[in-house]
Design a protein around this ligand. Structure first.
Ligand code: GLN
Length: 478
């Protein structure tokens, strides 16, 4: 049998049900792995060892009493440092929130707790989820588990590494422009961004509210489904959650009858690293072998999506981050006039990337420029949505590589914001359109992991996940 920290949620659940393992054993195995690896990798900002062991004991007691709460009862998970867990520090990777204690639970985390999951700790992230490498954390970078000279991707790099290095059985990340999928791709795990409105954002520190979604980061497709089933649903505390029918897995064994669109804008884009192209194309062949029909499609405005994202997102960032004024939360500079307190607290509390985006957003929203930037970007966003709607009249899924390249070296893009933004070229249109997408690992050639992105219709996570699972099982046979 594999070490307990290396198994999947689905496997753990079976062993728990059979009485072969306890939640305490699973939790201990993860804590031991954290202890031995996290000094070097820095996936966690805080580990709740005592709370986790106590929660595991309670879960084992429930199981002994025949009161198992859910599929996640007793399963050790990690959460990203931008989701509130009542009574615990939550900093969104920022110095401005150092020492900030959450006053209430975010809905997604509350649902995990109510399901009996064991929360191991909070994971590192780019400050306020702005970045693609986790180098923008105010608390130091997270390292790639296979090569500490490389980045794990971001902004949910801590969660991705915690899962990939078997420090937990699964984790939550958040995705505004690719922050679940891109680090999942770079670390060789599964990362699902649900449809906008599927999962409540209540208690998630807002980056760009119209694009943010919380989602699972896991070792297999089935685990992603288990977590999504738990955290989904309409929430009176988040008016953007939808009353659409709940996600229910609909597993298939063959892909017969499924039509998959390959946007020529992505596959013929150039600029895709050859290893990524080779590996993702090999995965496409497997999809075809499993019965799917592959068709080349036109997805207009795919190229414009990055520009649209890098206008809309900073505009919302500039509004959302106005609340960090040195008065209400976290860091406060004192002994100076009020305006100076605002300015100095923000100047000291925010990192360079956050300030860059606040400035860009404030500029793009300012009178005289709002029509040229924000309003124009909103119009192109509508065209991008239409392009997806049209594509989905023809196909059931759209497939692209997740990232143009594998994990890059630490420091390589840190001083070149544009190069860092280009990392997101295949992921941002998904958020701009609000559709669901998963990144899943393809074949590997002994080097860095490569991810394939499967994009579905609005609220059709079932097809995204069932297709991913068929491909996962085909690839595992090799
Ligand atoms: N890398 C993207 C950015 O820096 C995406 C971030 C995210 O999804 N939170 O904006």
């Amino acid at each position: 049998m594999k070490p307990l920290n290396e198994i999947t949620i689905a496997e753990a659940r079976k062993l728990l049900d059979e009485g072969v393992v306890t939640s305490k054993e699973l939790t201990k195995a993860c804590l031991t792995q954290i202890q031995s690896l996290d000094g070097a990798l820095h996936a966690f900002l805080e580990v709740y060892a005592d709370d986790a062991l106590a929660a595991a004991d309670q879960s084992d007691q429930r199981r002994a009493d025949g009161n198992v709460l859910s599929k996640l009862d007793g399963i050790p998970l990690a959460i990203k440092d931008n989701m509130l867990l009542q009574g615990k520090a939550c900093t969104a990777g920022s110095k401005i929130l150092q020492g900030h204690i959450a006053a209430y639970n975010s809905t997604a985390v509350r649902k995990l707790i109510e399901a009996g999951a064991v929360i191991l700790g909070r994971t590192n992230m780019d400050e306020f989820a702005m970045g693609s490498s986790t180098e923008h954390s105010a608390y130091g970078p997270t390292k790639h588990p296979r090569d500490p000279e490389r980045v794990p991707g971001g902004s949910s790099g801590g969660s991705a590494v915690a899962v990939a290095a078997n420090m937990c059985l699964g984790a939550l990340g958040s995705d505004t422009g690719g922050s679940i999928r891109q680090p999942a791709s770079m670390c060789g795990i599964f990362g699902l961004k649900p449809t906008y409105g599927r999962v409540s954002r209540y208690g998630l520190m807002a980056m760009a509210s119209s694009l943010d979604q919380i989602g699972p980061m896991t070792k297999c497709t089935e685990d992603a489904a288990i977590i999504l089933e738990t955290i989904q649903g309409q929430d009176p505390s988040d008016q953007t959650t939808s009353n659409e029918a709940a996600f229910k897995p609909d597993w298939k064994t063959s892909l017969k009858g499924l039509k998959i669109g390959l946007p020529k804008q992505a596959w013929q884009a150039g600029g895709i690293e050859s290893r990524v192209l080779e590996n993702t194309k090999a995965a496409l062949a497997e999809l075809e072998k499993a019965g799917a029909q592959m068709v080349e499609i036109d997805l207009p405005y795919a190229d414009e999506a990055l520009a649209v994202y890098y206008i809309l997102m900073p505009c919302e960032v500039s509004a959302n981050l106005a609340r960090f004024d040195g008065m209400r939360y976290g860091l406060r500079k004192q002994g100076m006039p009020l305006f100076e307190t605002y300015a100095q607290s923000r100047a000291e509390g925010f990192g360079d990337e956050v300030m860059r985006r606040i400035l860009l957003g404030t500029f793009a929203l300012s009178s005289g420029y709002i029509d040229a930037y924000y309003v124009c970007a909103k119009k192109v966003q509508a065209l991008i949505r239409q392009a997806y709607a049209k594509a989905f009249q023809e196909v059931d899924l759209v497939v692209t590589p997740t990232c143009p390249a594998t994990a890059f070296r630490m420091g390589e893009k840190l001083n070149d914001p544009l190069a860092m933004y280009l990392e997101d070229v295949f992921t941002v249109s998904v958020n701009v359109a609000g559709v669901p997408a998963i990144s899943m690992p393809c074949q590997e050639d002994g080097g860095m992991p490569v991810g394939l992105q499967l994009i579905g219709k609005w609220f059709d996570e079932a097809t995204v996940l069932s297709t991913a699972r068929v491909l996962e099982s085909e690839l595992s046979k090799q």
